[in-house]
Design a protein. Structure first.
Length: 525
């Protein structure tokens, strides 16, 4: 078994992605999660670039990391000065990081046209920088920027740059496909040549790929097969332009699909899904449902034929057991569904295999989807639909009337007020509440009317609210589909409502959310 080092640069390269921003607290918390899962190296940031990264390196030293080494990122020294006098070099030393990763130019075009120094001076900048940091007691990784483009343009000079880093004391040379345009077969061949170049010096290579050709994962795997000992990338592939190699997919492929490799100490794989979603949530980004291995749709089955086959043998439509990476199998219902989907979705209801009932549920799904409903992200609404079709649904309350008023006060602040009139058992309850908007006000008024009877609602929170026009050709008379995501201390659930009136659609989804919570508290659904 070859152990492949996993080097995470989510906290530095990942934050260069559009819309990605992490606070100091976020970075420290992600560091903790990466260490727990068994990541070998965590690149914390560029200490010369901003005060947040400077403080990160101060704070991370106080953390009791179990396994990972924290790396500080920087560039080779500036031209015309000694490394000891360069602010960037000093910032790396002052960071206290045990490992320093520095990036230097490999492509002669970049040296002369972008950096605007001679080829020989670039070699001196590389050697001086590595030697200075190694002399300061740091483990040095050298990132050879634009390595593959540089090798193809001027292989002799590219080879001289990585040898200069190795001879000066770099422990690892990382080959970077910075523009993300190299193909896997090129990556493999050039990586082998780079390994041969550095073999006399005993310095191994790593790989750092960008995803501009959507090949970053494939390129990383090709480099590993060619002999690379480390893969650099980011969780979920975050990063500049099209992103970096997604370490989630790299790790899963190396650990499960390929043979002879070990990653994350051989134990971290079942936590991949949790880690992926934690990073999305921390960075306030939407989950990518179709993300391989860890996406919510990665093991979701919708077509009736697929569901029927998966019931017979899961491997018929799944390339791995989802539990291996901490994910789970999901069955979806829609107008494309067959009876197998309904059977799969209703197992937890302990309903007997009644073909007539299954047909009735399927017919209701088809009818509602023709009106604009979708149950793929609203399993709580589907669970209630099953209970209605089975005749086991008894509402916990009855709506008599609701009213929404929106007005601007004298200070031109918009005020929303909701009034609800409900029958709860034999009692009529009439409550009013204000909110930040119609849905918030309705939720507040509904809770006021129900909390005395159902205190468990205090544990429930609305987490997300999404609106979609169903039949846009109808213009302002179009149907509106509203999804509401709710959660309590144990679960997360989704509900859906559809109407030509956005308030009514919201009310329907809100009522389902509350009914689901109340049923769940009585008997787990």
């Amino acid at each position: 078994m070859r152990t492949i080092q996993i080097y995470d640069t989510t906290l530095r390269d990942g934050t260069q992605g559009e819309g990605v921003s992490l606070s100091l607290f976020d970075k420290l918390q992600i560091t903790k999660r990466l260490d727990e899962i068994g990541v070998d190296y965590i690149e914390g940031g560029y200490p010369l670039s901003n005060e947040k990264d400077v403080e990160y390196f101060q704070r991370v030293r106080q953390m009791d990391l179990r396994h990972a080494k924290v790396c500080a990122f920087g560039m080779t020294r500036r031209r015309g000065i000694h490394a000891a006098d360069d602010p960037g070099m000093q910032a790396l030393v002052d960071s206290g990081a045990a490992v320093c990763t520095i990036v230097g130019k490999t492509w002669d075009f970049h040296v002369t046209e972008v950096l605007r120094v001679t080829l020989d001076e670039n070699l001196e900048m590389i050697a001086d920088s590595v030697q200075f940091l190694a002399g300061a007691g740091r483990e040095v990784f050298y990132d050879a920027e634009h390595f593959f483009d540089g090798w193809k343009a001027n292989g002799e000079f590219a080879a001289r740059t990585i040898r200069a880093a190795a001879e000066a004391g770099a422990r690892l040379v990382v080959l970077c496909d910075t523009n993300g345009g190299t193909l896997p077969e090129e990556i493999a061949e050039i990586t082998r040549q780079a390994i041969e170049c550095l073999a006399p010096l005993g310095v191994p290579v790593g790989i750092h790929c960008h995803n501009d050709g959507e090949l970053a994962v494939a390129n990383s795997l090709a480099a590993v097969d060619a002999g690379a000992v480390q893969v650099q990338g980011t969780i979920n592939g975050l990063g500049e332009r099209c992103g970096n190699a997604d370490l989630i997919s790299v790790i899963a492929n190396l650990a499960v699909k390929k043979k002879g490799y070990q990653v994350l100490e051989g134990t971290g794989l079942p936590h991949l899904t949790q880690l992926s979603r934690y990073v999305y949530e921390t960075a306030n980004l939407n989950l990518r449902n179709n993300q391989p291995f860890v996406g919510q749709s990665a093991f979701a089955h919708k077509g009736g034929m697929h569901v029927h086959a998966v019931h017979r043998a899961s491997s018929s439509y799944e390339h791995i057991d989802p539990a291996v990476v901490g994910n789970e199998r999901r069955f979806l219902v829609s107008e494309l569904s067959g009876r197998s989907n309904i059977v799969a979705m209703t197992v937890k209801h302990n309903l007997r295999q009644d073909r007539e009932l299954m047909d009735r549920i399927l017919a209701e799904v088809v009818r509602l989807e023709n009106r604009g409903y979708q149950f793929e992200a609203a399993e709580a609404s589907f669970d209630l639909l099953v209970k209605r079709c089975a005749g086991t649904f008894t509402p916990h309350f009855e709506l008599l009337k609701y009213h929404i008023a929106v007005a601007a006060d004298t200070g031109r602040d918009v005020v929303t007020e909701a009034t609800v009139k409900l029958r709860v058992g034999d009692e009529i309850r009439h409550e009013v509440a204000e909110g930040d908007g119609p849905v918030n006000a309705l939720d507040a008024a509904l809770r006021k009317a129900l909390n005395g009877t159902y205190p468990g609602l205090n544990e429930m929170n609305l987490m997300d609210y999404k609106v979609r026009v169903v039949n846009s050709e109808a213009g302002t008379a179009a149907r509106i589909r509203v999804f509401i995501e709710s959660r309590d201390d144990q679960d997360l659930w989704g509900t859906v409502g559809v109407s030509e009136n956005i308030i009514e659609a919201s009310w329907l989804a809100l009522v389902d959310a509350v009914e689901y919570k109340l049923y769940k508290d009585q008997t787990p659904l």
